[in-house]
Design a protein. Sequence first.
Lengths: 232, 232
Amino acid sequence: LTQVPRQEGRQLALPVPPPAGMAGEAGAGGKRAEGVSGSGLPILRVVGQLQATYIIAEGPDGMYLVDQHAAHERILYERFLAEQARAQVTSQPLLEPLPVDLDPGSASLIEEHQALLASLGFDIVLFGRETVLVRAVPAMMADADVAQMVHDLVAELEAGEEPLAREIGERIARRVCKRAAVKAGKVLSPAEMESLLRQLEQCTAPRTCPHGRPTVLVLSAEQLAREFGRTS
Amino acid sequence: LTQVPRQEGRQLALPVPPPAGMAGEAGAGGKRAEGVSGSGLPILRVVGQLQATYIIAEGPDGMYLVDQHAAHERILYERFLAEQARAQVTSQPLLEPLPVDLDPGSASLIEEHQALLASLGFDIVLFGRETVLVRAVPAMMADADVAQMVHDLVAELEAGEEPLAREIGERIARRVCKRAAVKAGKVLSPAEMESLLRQLEQCTAPRTCPHGRPTVLVLSAEQLAREFGRTS
């Protein structure tokens, strides 16, 4: 990126420490902050997209910068867990079952946790010692890289030492939602931005992604006025 | 403005001290910083308008927030002084000369400085003891409130104790450009925003208004990535 000298201008410096209570979902589980009043978003108006990565929006109290990837992760994650909780994860059969090669231990791990994976919308069966056959994936992940998702599942199953099914389900959900979420660098249409904001507004904890990073930065009208030396 | 609690989200805090060297034109005269390399703006792409007050734009190095009023003041001011320096201020005759009531001292002050005012594009003559008749104004101020401009002129003429003609000319220019500049609160079309940015880019000192306030705030791509916890 070109660096433009700014001797004369004013640069917004952004100190790192977040306001108290921001920790939110950063920790494992992350149920603590969910549903806390005040976590919601106001209705936002799309202004435009910046660097094909952030959605700029206007709220009643100032400017909202939304990280499109983090926001989409949050949306998918909440939808996924809600479907799972209602035992209604919509599964999408693949047109052709996809074989994925794994090492033997990993393949048997998939076999062991078939019930859990089924509850998440995956239908994966052993196909020889070192191969699994993916027959269906969660519908909302249908566009993601299936082989990569299987490797994600294995990684999460291997990481957990006798984890609770719910915990590992959430961990898997975080991983696969990350894979399925729209990437930074993708140009979005106004309609796509609109849709993403509307869905984010509906989230229980819209202000952080499932990994605890912020989805939204706010620049209040007062801060802007102060920085610009406006006296109104 | 509605205050949305932000316990969970992240608010951009903006410390007040500007980077070194920002003083720029804040002082009288303000010639020091003009023409300093590095004061220019890159080519900016309009993203949209915020609060009918700020233009949000994208530059090669991040997000630019432009105060539409301050930016327009800067544009008008530089154009005005350039025209004056070339003795080419375009004057716009009023369809009907406008009488403006002043107290007797103020009216004679206008009379005294007629040459200076003429060099700025004003044609104002005495019309009785307490009234002046405005026959022409600078063309670029044609849309502004004429009576208000005359009161501005008087205020500047009264404030100066034997000022240099050039200094008082600049002070008058600052005042009348403030009156003529587009106000905060005015919704701009994309074409108007585009035009304003193109003209601001051409300015010698585009980053401050003639009174020394910032016209532009920059949020760099690196800062944004850091705030959002992006690791790329």
